[in-house]
Write a protein of this length. Sequence first.
Lengths: 306, 306
Amino acid sequence: MREGGVDAVHVTIAYHETFREMVLNLEAWNDRFRCHPDLILPGRWASDIDIARRTGRTAIFFGFQNPSPIEDDIGLVEIAHTLGIRFMQLTYNNQSLLATGCYEAEDPGLTRMGRAVIAEMNRVGLVIDMSHSADRSTLEAAEASTRPIVISHANPHDWHPARRNKRADVIRAVTERGGMLGFSLYPHHLKDGSACSLQSFCEMIARTADLVGPRHLGLGTDLCQDQPHSVVDWMRVGRWTKQTDYGEGSATQPGFPRMPGWFQDNRDFGAIERGLRDTGMAEDDIHGIMGRNWYVFFEDNFAPLG
Amino acid sequence: MREGGVDAVHVTIAYHETFREMVLNLEAWNDRFRCHPDLILPGRWASDIDIARRTGRTAIFFGFQNPSPIEDDIGLVEIAHTLGIRFMQLTYNNQSLLATGCYEAEDPGLTRMGRAVIAEMNRVGLVIDMSHSADRSTLEAAEASTRPIVISHANPHDWHPARRNKRADVIRAVTERGGMLGFSLYPHHLKDGSACSLQSFCEMIARTADLVGPRHLGLGTDLCQDQPHSVVDWMRVGRWTKQTDYGEGSATQPGFPRMPGWFQDNRDFGAIERGLRDTGMAEDDIHGIMGRNWYVFFEDNFAPLG
């Protein structure tokens, strides 16, 4: 991350964990903060990114990919924010207590608890993330939320029609209300997968900027650098099935997919910046997409209301 | 509290709760903060007392009377501090995983985990409270801790030889290392119980100040104003016995004892201030005992080390 100039990262702190299990994950991160104060610091506010930059470190911001850590208890939304959580996906592929995931056959939209939790997330400053949600649920969340919401990691469906990529009207519903789309580098979200070219990826970004403007776009790499195979099992299967579910993978490719050659790991952000420059995009827009847009979003959306 | 000029209070957030149950108690307080922002605010730092004073409110600081919420997991010490907990008793009357309570027949002193947890509490800024601990455990905690510890609510055993009151050498071991003793108004800790006179109580304070100096003394009322009977059951019995344990009460007096006439509730702090003045104590020492000494202690002892 230091070599790649990554001042801040959004880290998954829960896929399917209960509240107590998620706290165990926070404890493991507390140990990392204690053992590596020269490299990382806890990220709570946009100003922590300034501190990270000034001191040559990376600020670690936490997000839930699933609302499982709040269990059936809306009071845990505020507790999660107090513990430093800043993003929560309302669903992770499957139906949750709050909304519908993008792998379900039917999407009946936000649940009663979903609407209550959105209001509470707005109140305390926990950002709604619909990356793994189905379309109707996402549109309803964008509408119901009084603060901007995000799709932290996905790409346009027009470019690569993966189930996790988002249709233009869904992207627009999020960005036109001040929300953010983070472009994913997970090969299953890329045109031609691991063989996707840097040019194709960057032209897709430039075309999206033409459509929705450059201010509400950033990176959300979905990078799983050095994660063991057990993580991909846990994220796909959790405890919700007795079968093997391959998610976006398959029986012949069950593990993490191979990253594109031009984005192997955190050292390679410079390649994306150069690729964007090659599309002819304005320098200021490139800086926004490479980080400043997320910084501004963090500034506006992590504090409690009132 | 507003009538009594109480700018800050140390609230019990757990007696026997697991971590998750303690979090439910925090959630209930979050609801109170949300519903009564004109009266109370969360207390995290000494500076919150300044805010409370300036805005005519009371800052609510949280403490555990028992280490049960950290379960067998030292990582929960830092999590508790992040959640705003500022005091933790190493024991509540019984043996704990950390040390021995004052109702046990034997006191073998700090456990292995007890020593590890003291070091972690020192590191993160969670204050060690030995109010309900046995003497040897308390002396060993005062010695093992690199930061001052407290007896937040008890009185000198010389004045009233209750099991919960503290011998002179125990009080001295705490105060001579910069720690605090908070004088209790719980009738079982008072000479003559509910019939204790204001004069007797205040002269006891003045005599303690003569012995250990006035700077490390304050109030720790143990006031249970408007608490239902269920609270006294939970605090005494928890889930640790199938019998009825009356604690400091008895079968004929099973509930909360009647408060002394001169200290019925939070409105009556002025009486204590006047009583201290009647002992001839210096005005500056009285101000210290009525609140400033705790304020200074809060300033020095809630922040993480380094």
